[in-house]
Structure formats: structure tokens, C-alpha cells
Design a protein around this ligand. Structure first.
Ligand code: ZN
Length: 143
């Protein structure tokens, strides 16, 4: 895969997230969870989340997949803690626009804006968006 085309610094950050993912594992209790698959690549991702007072209190993810899917999940978990459902929905929409090449406000995505380069690799878009689709579905689950 052509990760080499990405800027070196960005590639290092992506590899760092994939190798040492943040919020990786499981939450002990009180969580909503969902598992999504990306059959075109074989990525499997479980996202668990605890909301209270309309804010994300804690989040964790587990699963297996390619570098891009794991890095994206790690970045997503960093960015959504403390955010409301509405804010997260806006971030998911923004992320999806970014990886399909639309111009976005990068400030909305924090470090996850680094994945902008994925837009150059159409086969990897589903890898990058998997975690964001998962969190969107989790926050919209009925209690
Ligand atoms: Zn993948």
C-alpha cells in the first residue's frame, strides 16, 4: 500500500497510533458497544463508550485491522472524549468529507486531520472511516 506517498511526519504519527493505540481495550461496565467490519480489507473494530450528561466520559476500542483502521480508531478515541453527541456527529461528517477529498475545517478533527492523505487512496477510505462510523452508531444506540 502506498503509505510512502504520505508526508513522512504524518506517516510517523499514523504508525505511532497504530503501534501504540490510545484507549485500546475494553471498558468495565456501563458501556454501549458496537462491532463493525470492513470486509474489503478485513478490519474488525469494536467501539465501547460511556455517555453521561450528554458527554463522552470514556471510550475504548478493540479489534484487528490494517494500520489505517487502527490509527484512525486511536485518533478518534482521543478526539471524542468530553464531546457531546451533536459535536461527535459533526466530527464524523467532517471526517468523512475530508477523506473523500472535500475541504473541511481541520480544527474540528484535532490530530485526526492527519488522515487527510487517505483521500489519495480510495481503497483505504473505508479503513479510515470505520471507527467514525462505529462511534456514530454507538452514540445513536437506544439505551
Ligand atoms: Zn483496512
Amino acid at each position: 500500500m502506498g503509505l510512502s506517498k504520505l508526508d513522512n511526519l504524518y506517516r510517523q504519527v499514523i504508525l505511532e497510533h497504530a503501534t501504540h493505540p490510545h484507549h485500546h481495550g475494553s471498558l468495565v461496565k456501563g458501556q454501549k458497544l458496537i462491532e463493525l467490519r470492513n470486509p474489503t480489507c478485513g478490519d474488525v473494530l469494536k467501539v465501547e463508550l460511556i455517555m453521561s450528561d450528554n458527554k463522552v466520559q470514556d471510550v475504548a476500542f478493540s479489534g484487528t485491522g490494517c494500520t489505517i483502521s487502527q490509527a484512525s480508531a486511536s485518533m478518534m478515541t482521543d478526539e471524542i472524549i468530553g464531546k457531546s453527541k451533536k459535536e461527535i456527529e459533526e466530527m464524523v461528517t467532517t471526517f468523512s468529507k475530508m477523506v473523500t477529498g472535500e475541504t473541511i475545517d481541520e480544527n474540528l478533527l484535532g490530530d485526526a486531520a492527519i488522515l487527510e492523505g487517505v483521500a489519495q487512496f480510495p481503497a483505504r477510505i473505508k479503513c479510515a472511516t470505520l471507527a467514525w462510523k462505529a462511534v456514530y452508531q454507538v452514540i445513536n444506540l437506544e439505551n
